[in-house]
Every structure is written in C-alpha cells, then in structure tokens.
Ligand binder design. Structure first.
Ligand code: NAD
Length: 265
C-alpha cells in the first residue's frame, strides 16, 4: 500500500471496524496517518488488541469503543468519547452492518428491526451526534458504506435492501444540508466482498444445497458480479481515502459502485 500521510492530524471513527470492510478502511486511514476509533461488538480484549496493534504499526493514536449500533445513546456516547479522547471527530465512516436472508413471509420481525436499526438508523444517529462539531470546525468527511443493494434488489433480502436504499436517501439529504460547508457526505456501494458477512451466506447455501464452499463462491459471483472476482476491503478503503482528500471536496451526495459491474447489468 502506498501512503502519503495525507490524513495526519485527522481523527476518524469507523463503525463495525473489527472485521471485513470496516477493518480494511480503518487500517487504510491509519496508514494515511489518521488517528482511529475502532468499533464493533467484540469483547474489549479483542478491540483493545486491535487498537494497540494499529497504533504501534502506523504511529497513530487508536482506541476501541464497543457501542452497539442498535442503541442511539451508545452511538452518541461513542462520538463524545472520540471527541474527548482524541480532540475531534473529522472523518465518520458508517460501516457496521448485518444481514439476514429469508422470504418476507418468513422474515422474523426482530431481524427486520435489528437490520433497520444497525444498517440505517445508526447512520442517522452517528451523523446527528457528529455534525455540530464538524460544522463548528467547517471540515468533515462522512462516508456511508451502503451496497449494490442500495441500488437494486435481490430476493430474500427485504430488510437489507430497504435499509441500504434508505442509506442513499439519507446520504443525499445530509449532503444537501452541508452543501455550503467544508463537510462532504457520500456513499460507497460495494458488490460482493469476501468477508464473514458473505462467508456466512456461502456456508448456508453450501449446507442447504449439499455443494462445496468453492461451488457456492463461484455461484454468487456468476449470479451477480460480471467480473467474476470479489471486491477487496482494500479497494473499498482506497476510495474512502480519496473521498477524504481535497480533490474530493466537491463530491457531494454521490454513490460510488465498486461492484465488478453488478449494477451495470
Ligand atoms: P463483517 O461481518 O465482516 O463486519 C461487520 C462489522 O460490524 C464487525 O466489526 C461487527 O463487529 C460490526 N457489528 C455488527 N453488528 C454491530 C452492532 N450492533 N454494533 C456495532 N458493531 C456491529 O461485515 P462486512 O461484510 O465487512 O460489512 C461491512 C459493511 O459493508 C456492512 O454495512 C455491509 O452491509 C456492507 N457491505 C458488505 C458487502 C460484502 O459483500 N461483504 C457488500 C456490500 C456492502
């Protein structure tokens, strides 16, 4: 990874950053010199080890906060924690997300509520908490990790697709409300990225159909992703870094597909 230290002095909070895409984004931000607050639902020891390792590896300050993104008061507490411990919150990446796959008539209402809370409402609560201080400093970057499912649907993913479409609407409104400030708000829409969230779906399909994990990986790609290759967390993270820079200051309310051609079809 080529880095320039372009974000030294900035403070970033990445929700859901103990795994997968969020971890890739947090590491890329730290590699650029940003101080980092990690978040996830892991135990304190895991989160603390991750932040210690990141601090040592990249020479930045790094902390962990275990706010449950389904809980608005815990989200506000995490934003305050970031500002108190690291002096500011300049870059907010709303990334935490979960999935559940079932037809609407079998979809548990509790799963619907949890997905809407974690994948959509958490973005609103985190922005609401972060925006006043960003406005006072007249600088900020908010990047919401949506999905191709913010743009197109797939069967059996009602809550996820509804939540991710909502993320794009929220991104546009937040971008308009900050249009005359130094704060930009944008969304990234990844296609398949091979993280634990997707591995779970692959494992479930292999179990249900009596096929191999590799068969199911190829089947996912064949069904949706014309490139035939998974997107990597590093590729999503590189776009986050670009959106944090001065060259992206007039990119506002946009949604970027990083999806091997999924939504071009
Ligand atoms: P992942 O399962 O690897 O990681 C999810 C992270 O979110 C973990 O750090 C986990 O601890 C955290 N998390 C889960 N529930 C939480 C909660 N209640 N409170 C706080 N943290 C919580 O998932 P991933 O694939 O890296 O997904 C990250 C984001 O990217 C999600 O918003 C997902 O919808 C989106 N996305 C993923 C893909 C993909 O193919 N993997 C594609 C498009 C979009």
């Amino acid at each position: 990874m080529t880095t320039t230290g372009s974000l030294r002095g900035r403070v970033a909070l990445v929700t859901g950053s103990t795994s997968g895409i969020g971890l890739g984004i947090a590491r890329a931000l730290a590699a650029e010199g940003a101080d980092i607050v990690f978040n996830g639902i892991d135990d304190d020891a895991t989160g603390t080890a991750l932040s210690r390792d990141t601090a040592a590896r990249f020479g930045v300050r790094a902390l962990y906060h275990d706010a449950n993104m389904a809980q608005p008061t815990q989200i506000a507490d995490m934003v305050r924690f970031t500002q108190d411990k690291l002096g500011a919150l300049d870059i907010l990446v709303n990334n935490a997300g979960i999935q559940h796959v079932a037809p609407i008539e079998d979809f548990p209402a509790t799963k619907w509520d949890a997905i809407l809370a974690i994948n959509l409402s958490s973005n609103f609560h985190a922005m609401k908490a972060a925006l006043p201080a960003m406005k006072a400093r007249n600088w900020g970057r908010i990047i919401n990790i949506a999905s191709t499912h913010a743009l197109v649907g797939s069967p059996e993913k009602s809550a996820y697709v509804a939540a991710k479409h909502g993320v794009l609407g929220l991104t546009k409104v937040a971008a308009l409300e900050t249009a005359r400030t130094g704060i930009t708000v944008n969304a990234i829409c990844p296609g398949w990225v091979l993280t634990p969230l997707v591995q779970q779906q692959i494992d479930d399909n292999a179990r249900a159909r009596g096929t191999t994990i590799d068969d199911e990986k190829q089947a996912l790609l064949r069904a949706k992703q014309p490139s035939g290759e998974f997107v990597t967390p590093e590729q999503v993270a590189a776009l986050v870094i670009f959106l944090c820079g001065d060259a992206a200051a007039q990119i506002r309310g946009a949604a970027f597909n990083v999806d091997g051609g999924w939504v071009a079809q």
